[in-house]
Design a protein around this ligand. Structure first.
Ligand code: ADP
Length: 510
């Protein structure tokens, strides 16, 4: 390096990077290689010879030699076979040509990587733009379809409103004229004519109810249904609905047992709440068996009230349960569908109404045994999480052995929502049940005891709206149990010694 002339050293100092690799070659005026720096091997020039013609050994100098300019000539990023790269500066000093190598392998790699990254980013951004364009297009198409659907729905709702309105007006006239005829306003009717008028009125009323249901559904779907949510006293409203439906249940010999008591309040729209209860109760009557039973109970949960309506009817086939909540869906065989009046609209409307009120509608069913419908609604704020609003389940145990009573009492002790009363005589049991509106648990020592049927029938006669559960020995034959249940006086049975799970299961359903 000492032999390097001043201008070369100056240039070298200007360009030299501390951590960069450096090498040089010196070429004499005749174009022959005179000297080189030892690191030149790094660029692949291992076998240099002095006085070799530079243009042969260093092909990149072709056309540049002999170099005569005063300013350096720079070749950028020349790559060599070993995978290294250098910026090459050619200088003329002391009548020699100096070829300086500055290693740029790393920076070239970084530059290339940067370029690749830029290229990738560019590609990604182009792809992204393509996707955004596609998404925008899909979004616009969806928006268009949504608008079409909304407009079709509005048209459907308008059409339904017109139709129902236009149907209702002539229907009201038909019903009014039929009522005139029925009231003998235009002279007496014979038996047959009276029968026809009655059928006309019945069919007209049915059509009226159907129109109202369709109107309601149209309003719910269009989001135009107005609800007046307030704190409602549940037991009062349920009792009202039960009173309305009692005559229909009586017509079919169905016992309607209402256990909903207490001061608990829910948040709901009074008219719509009653509509739901009436619909579910009406179904429990329609789809029940003659002489069947319906039990309505309520359970206070943490922040909602669960009202259950249990029937002893035909039940719903497996896999059909979801279907019954769809509009116009009836899941009956053809013969039953003909015999039992209905449109399949009620439950779907009830479900939507309950959801609008922040509640839900559910069902559990066993074909041939019966169904339980659950109506859940939010508790009034003042009742949430308050134990004094819990509804109690009162049980009267008409037992034949004090021990049995003590055992049951012990089992139920951890459950705060049960109140158990014991008695040993039928009259006492009847009086307690009536007083407390309780469920009667009844010890049956022998399932074929003479006089048992008469006793059960008499209890049933005196305790019409009460659930009766027979308590039998575990060893009782299944056929005997079946016979007792088929008599229709008791609603369910429990086996003694009590199986804890069965006990709670049965009591929960009463
Ligand atoms: P509808 O009773 O007018 O047919 P709903 O919407 O009230 O219409 O009920 C839909 C269907 O659900 C009924 O057609 C019936 O098949 C079934 N269903 C409803 N309630 C009961 C019930 N308590 N027991 C058995 N099936 C029922």
């Amino acid at each position: 390096m000492n032999e390097m002339p001043e201008p070369v050293q100056l240039h070298l100092r200007r360009v030299w990077l501390e951590d960069g690799r450096f090498a040089y070659l010196c070429i004499g005026p005749e174009g022959l290689i005179q000297d080189w720096h030892p690191t030149i091997g790094h660029y692949g020039f291992e076998s240099l010879q002095k006085n070799a013609a530079a243009s042969e050994k260093l092909p990149f100098l072709e056309g540049l030699l002999p170099y005569r300019e005063s300013e350096p000539f720079i070749l950028n990023a020349i790559t060599f076979p070993k995978g290294v790269a250098a910026d090459i500066h050619i200088l003329q000093a002391a009548q020699k040509t100096w070829v300086l190598f500055f290693d740029v392998t790393e920076s070239l790699k970084q530059k290339q990587k940067l370029q690749q990254d830029r290229h990738d980013i560019d590609l990604l951004s182009r792809q992204q733009q393509k996707y955004i364009k596609q998404l925008t297009q899909t979004h616009q198409e969806l928006e268009g379809k949504k608008k079409q659907a909304e407009s079709a729905n509005r048209a459907k709702t308008r059409l339904l409103s017109y139709i129902t309105h236009d149907l209702r007006t002539p229907l009201t006239s038909i019903l009014s004229f039929a009522q005139f005829l029925e009231a003998d306003v235009f002279g007496g009717l014979n038996e047959k004519q009276r029968d026809c008028i009655k059928k006309m009125l019945d069919a007209g009323e049915h059509m009226n109810a159907l129109i109202n249901e369709i109107l309601d559904i149209a309003q719910i779907e269009s989001g135009n249904l107005e609800l007046h949510i307030e704190d409602l006293p549940v037991s009062f409203l349920v009792a009202e609905c039960v009173t309305w439906l009692q005559p229909i249940a009586d017509n079919h010999g169905i016992r309607l047992i209402n256990h909903v008591q207490g001061r608990v309040k829910i948040q709901a729209d009074s008219k719509r709440f009653k509509q739901v209860i009436i619909n579910v109760l009406n179904n429990a009557i329609k789809y029940n068996r003659e002489e069947g039973c319906i039990i309505i109970s309520a359970k206070v949960m943490e922040d909602y009230l669960s009202i259950s309506v249990k029937d002893t009817g035909i039940g719903i086939a497996d896999g059909m349960v979801e279907k019954i909540f769809q509009p116009f869906a009836r899941v009956l065989d053809k013969k039953k569908a003909k015999d039992i009046e209905g449109s399949g609209v009620g439950l779907s409307e009830c479900k939507q109404l309950l959801e609008l009120m922040g509640g839900s509608l559910g069902v559990r069913s066993e074909p041939g045994i019966g169904s339980v419908f659950y109506i859940d609604l939010p508790l009034a704020v003042a009742c949430k999480g308050r134990s004094e609003y819990r509804t109690y389940h009162r049980l009267v145990y008409l037992h034949q052995d004090r021990m049995h009573f003590e055992l049951l009492n012990g089992l139920l002790a951890p459950y705060q929502n049960y109140r158990l009363f014991g008695c040993t005589r039928d009259e006492q049991g009847i009086a307690e049940c009536r007083k407390q509106q309780a469920t009667l648990l009844l010890d049956v020592e022998e399932a074929d005891h003479p006089g048992l049927d008469e006793r059960l029938a008499s209890l049933r006669q005196q305790l019409k709206p009460v659930t009766m559960v027979a308590v039998l020995e575990k060893s009782t034959e299944a056929a005997k149990i079946k016979r007792i249940l088929q008599q229709g006086d008791v609603d369910d049975y429990l086996l003694r010694p009590f199986d804890f799970n069965q006990l709670i299961d049965i009591l929960e359903q009463q």
